[in-house]
Design a protein around this ligand. Structure first.
Ligand code: NAI
Length: 400
């Protein structure tokens, strides 16, 4: 079929198999261009492996460290006449490239919050790898069915306490407008968001893996967080999602305790704001990201997900001397370039100036849009989007 983008708000309903494969290949090429890392991981489980930071982590582990990878994700396969989700095509392309390079790569498609998927993953590790030495936890989801209570928790992206009014952009039309987001009405909204995006499920994963004996001596685990500038605090770090991130970060010592007798260690890495399927859903953030991209590109310090994950592995998690640099709260920081004072001062200045009329000039809204379409395999010059393509693509080693 001929596959063109079909956009509804901040999601794209279609994805292009060859375009997503190009996206994956570009990331692999970047990792290869940086060379292999010494002392890197060899057997890696990535939970949330099909898009964004999780996919980039999987690519980095495989092509930057020759690691065998098991990827867990929740994606829709294609049916004739109906393209798969981008993460499905990404995973198909990743596995093909990994297998061609002689690397073990298998995937599990299902709800990572469930006990069933955890059990399947453990079975697969036991059968094929014995143990894993790195667990990357990179889930981003709007909801979670709690495996013990059966309750379906839905997260909300809201401020806490005060209504929040600021600028936002519709990144398709480029219209900048004011938006007021009302605060949560009850503690329950906060608790639900923490239940979905906080640390409990990461802890459940690590408990289950430990109990099954599939974690190697000295195992590392990392989950991803975000802080960002003061201008997004009301909607991000001081809002409901921020509470979930506080909870995720507070889970680090809990997991360290679970892992202590096998000398395992857990980290939260604070990453840079980037265009992913998850971040485009947060109001205000797309305008911030398009200004940030402009400033960081001008300074020559812009990074995408793969550059971030290459630096996380090579310069943080697996340094030559084994030291892992952390901040005063024990967090790994790869948002250091985003948070540089000169960068933030310029973004804050541009933020005040931004209007619909000057947006193209003072921001990188064009780059934002391009990254958004890239997530779904569109806007790659190598691909002819007028041509027929085979939408039914299999992930070679998938367990459903
Ligand atoms: P994403 O939306 O690109 O990836 C989410 C992944 O989770 C996908 O692989 C998806 O299949 C998987 N997933 C979702 N629900 C699932 C379920 N029930 N079962 C199995 N898999 C499921 O998201 P992104 O942006 O890469 O986020 C990953 C982490 O990075 C999140 O913790 C996010 O808060 C964090 N982060 C994101 C930043 C950004 O700017 N995008 C910045 C800093 C941190």
């Amino acid at each position: 079929m001929i596959i063109q983008p079909r956009v509804r708000g901040f999601i794209c309903l279609t994805a292009h198999p060859e375009g997503t494969a190009q996206h994956v290949k570009n990331q692999i090429e970047y990792v290869k261009s940086k060379g292999k890392i010494a002392n890197g991981p060899k057997k890696v489980l990535v939970v949330g492996a099909s898009t964004g930071f999780g996919l980039a982590s999987r690519i980095m582990a495989a092509f930057g460290s020759d690691a065998a990878t098991i990827g867990v994700f929740f994606e829709k396969p294609a049916a004739p006449g109906k393209p798969a989700t981008a993460g499905w095509y990404n995973s198909a392309a990743f596995e093909q490239e990994a297998h061609a390079a002689g690397l073990y790569a298998k995937s599990i498609n299902g709800d990572a919050f469930s006990d069933e998927v955890k059990a399947k993953t453990i079975e697969l590790i036991k059968q094929d790898l014995g143990q894993v030495d790195l667990v990357v936890y990179s889930l981003a989801s709007p909801r979670r069915t709690h495996p013990k209570t059966g309750v379906l928790h839905s997260s909300v992206l809201k401020p806490i306490g005060q209504p929040f009014t600021d600028k936002t952009v519709d990144f398709h039309s480029g219209v900048v407008s004011d938006i007021t987001i009302n605060p949560v009405e009850s503690e329950e909204d906060i608790a639900n968001t923490v239940a979905v995006m906080g640390g409990e499920d990461w802890k459940f994963w690590m408990e289950a893996l430990k109990e099954a004996g599939v974690l190697a001596e000295g195992v590392k685990t990392v989950a991803y967080s975000y802080i960002g500038p003061e201008l997004t605090y009301p909607i991000y770090r001081n809002g409901t999602i921020g509470r979930a991130k506080d909870d995720l970060e507070a889970t680090v010592p809990v997991i360290n305790d679970i892992l202590k007798d096998i000398n395992g260690v857990s980290y939260v890495s604070v990453n840079k704001a980037l265009v992913t399927q998850s971040s485009s859903a947060i109001p205000v953030v797309p305008l911030y990201i398009s200004l940030l991209y402009k400033v960081m590109k001008e300074k020559g310090i812009h990074e995408g997900t793969i550059e971030q994950m290459q630096r996380l592995f090579a310069e943080r998690l697996y340094t030559a001397d084994g030291q892992i640099p952390v901040d005063d709260k024990g967090r790994i920081r790869v948002d250091d370039l985003e948070m540089r004072q000169d960068v933030q001062e310029e973004v804050a200045k541009l933020w005040k100036e931004a209007t619909t009329e000057n947006l193209e000039e003072i921001s990188d809204i064009v780059g934002y849009r391009n990254d958004f379409f890239n997530l779904f395999g569109f806007n790659f010059p190598e691909i002819n989007y007028e041509a027929e393509t085979n939408e039914v693509v299999n992930v070679p080693s998938i367990t459903e």
